[in-house]
Design a protein around this ligand. Sequence first.
Ligand SMILES: [Zn+2]
Length: 162
Amino acid sequence: MQCPNCAYAETKVLDTRNANNDQAIRRRRQCLHCGYRFSTIETMLREGIFVMKRDGRHEEFSQKKLLLGIERATQKCAITLEEVDQVLNTVLQHVERQESPVISSRQIGDWTMDALKQINHIAYVRFASIYKEFRNIEDLKREIQALEAPPTLMADDHSQAP
Ligand SMILES: [Zn+2]
């Protein structure tokens, strides 16, 4: 297991416990080089799940790539390792529930955004800004306003109109 901080290859396991109703194993690790601490989640994934990318190419689903994407989106935010794991697990659960062996990268992006939205709004907006490739600041503002507005105010209710 490579250290996410310095890329050194050896870590020691500090703690191992079951997570997600025993469907996953969480390991607390420490880098033997720089001492950085991080958690890994190991879940049992079906073999042979493929991701269809935007250009139509298929590649094998990689939990590691998913984790890297989540970490990249959340690195400057006040988000804990636990929260990152929570997002990862939520997305993995969706992946597991799929009957089709091919999932679009767009679908995975949507699951990730939904999970982030529940946990950390700043991380969500950051991720969304990359994922949705906002063309300008107006798009970003709309996204933030949508987060702040209570659902009742967003509903287009004309029933009270005279
Ligand atoms: Zn390290």
